[in-house]
Design a protein around this ligand. Structure first.
Ligand SMILES: Cc1cc2nc3c(=O)[nH]c(=O)nc-3n(C[C@H](O)[C@H](O)[C@H](O)COP(=O)(O)OP(=O)(O)OC[C@H]3O[C@@H](n4cnc5c(N)ncnc54)[C@H](O)[C@@H]3O)c2cc1C
Length: 387
């Protein structure tokens, strides 16, 4: 129905999209409602994603990654899965986000030691940046890493860690100097003494993703587990955003498409009962407005992803993609709930899927930088371009 194919540059990627779409429709969609209602992390879905190579897409090729178009492949897979289950799609994003500091900052020895553990050993990774007093302002983190001989000692509290309770490996950001922006990423193993898992968050949406606090108490991390140069953590986090923000945009895009599909199916069923619902102008307006927002969002998301894969600067476009697509998903899902009320009446079960998608879309406005922060990033980039 959508003009997705025109945005996909290669036959290989078109086939990839079809494969992920079929898997998501057949194997993930039937579980989506239950995952949400019972708020549980589904190991069966995780296993399926490993089997399909979708949790290592952005890894180097020898560790299971795709040869090229890594960001676009991630976005395509996330979009297809999010059409049915945003929680499952989030697992792909956080695996890519959390492994970024390891892939791009880890020494050759660290990559050789840990990437096979993650790809062949099927270890999930969590990304520990946010703290109770530092979310939008990453430079405000309080977790410290003090060098003691051949180790660093990490101390601090992290929160809202996606996959925090199910990961085997953590990319943790900690301050290595008193200077405000001098922080560094460290690779921390789950079994390192002093790392413990706190509360599991109960969330408005994407309830099938696991979100926890993680405590670091005198965690002894070997010095070689420093990812990148000391003090470069903030920069690494910013580069990670250039990949992750288009991916969140893709998740929002998928959610909006999924909700529109629910509405279209309902209309189709009503048509067969000879009810002229599709002739209502209010329904047609919802269909058209949703389709316009979806196509516009796709343009931004795919362009931001392609630029990143080409090694071009995409910071402004990545923020635009994330911001526009997530705002669009909120609007589309909200209006679709209203339209479903007209088509199906209040008690429709199908509408519950649309309500889930509405709740799920709210989170896309928050993580990887809230949309207020995306607007600041866009404006700052524009002002930078003036000088
Ligand atoms: C489901 C979920 C999963 C997450 N997963 C992870 C994860 O895996 N790892 C991780 O590290 N973090 C994760 N996060 C945290 C997420 O990145 C933060 O919630 C987000 O960055 C916002 O931080 P905050 O909640 O502390 O809000 P705050 O920074 O306290 O901001 C509060 C509000 O003020 C606004 N605001 C702040 N500064 C400004 C400003 N200068 N101008 C205008 N408005 C402003 C914000 O937009 C926000 O609406 C997750 C969050 C959620 C909800």
């Amino acid at each position: 129905m959508f003009d997705q194919a025109t945005f996909i540059p290669t036959e290989e990627l078109k086939l990839f999209r079809q494969r992920v779409h079929q898997m998501a429709r057949e194997k993930i969609a039937p579980q989506a409602r239950l995952i949400d209602e019972e708020e549980f992390f589904n190991r069966e879905v995780e296993s399926l994603l490993w089997d399909q190579g979708l949790l290592t897409l952005t890894f180097p090729e020898e560790y299971g990654g795709v040869r090229r178009d890594k960001t676009l492949s991630l976005c395509i897979a996330v979009e297809e899965i999010a059409k049915y289950c945003a929680s499952s799609a989030l697992l792909l994003i956080i695996q890519a986000v959390g492994s970024f500091p390891i892939i791009h900052g880890g020494s050759a020895e660290i990559r050789q030691k840990y990437l096979p553990q993650m790809s062949k050993g099927r270890k999930l990774v969590a990304y520990l940046v946010t703290e109770p007093t530092a979310g939008s302002d990453v430079s405000g983190i309080r977790t410290t890493a003090k060098r003691v001989g051949n180790h660093y000692l990490l101390n601090g509290t992290k929160c809202f860690a996606t996959s925090g309770g199910v990961a085997g490996i953590y990319s943790a950001l900690a301050k290595t100097s008193e200077e405000k922006q001098k922080s560094s990423f460290f690779l921390v193993e789950r079994q390192f003494e002093g790392l413990s898992i706190g509360r599991t968050e109960r969330k408005l949406g994407q309830r099938g993703s696991n979100t926890t606090e993680v405590f670091l108490e005198n965690v002894k991390v070997p010095a070689e587990n420093l990812l990148g140069r000391e003090g470069d953590g903030f920069l690494t986090a910013m580069k990670d955003f250039d990949m992750s923000r288009p991916a969140i945009g893709a998740q929002a895009l998928g959610i909006a498409e999924g909700a529109l599909e629910v509405l279209l199916q309902s209309i189709k069923e009503k048509q067969t009962l000879r009810k002229p619902i599709a002739n209502y102008s209010i329904i047609q307006a919802t269909l058209a407005d949703s389709a316009i927002l979806i196509e516009a969002a796709r343009g931004l998301v795919y362009r931001a992803a392609i630029l990143n894969d080409q090694g071009e600067s995409n910071t402004k476009l990545a923020s635009m993609a994330k911001c526009f697509a997530s705002d669009a998903a909120m609007k589309v899902t909200y209006e679709i709930i209203d339209a479903l009320q007209i088509v199906d009446g209040y008690r429709s079960l199908k509408k519950m899927d649309a309500v889930r998608m509405y709740r799920d879309s709210k989170l896309t406005q928050i993580f990887e930088g809230t949309n207020q922060i995306q607007r600041l990033v866009i404006a700052r980039q524009m002002l930078k371009e003036l000088v």
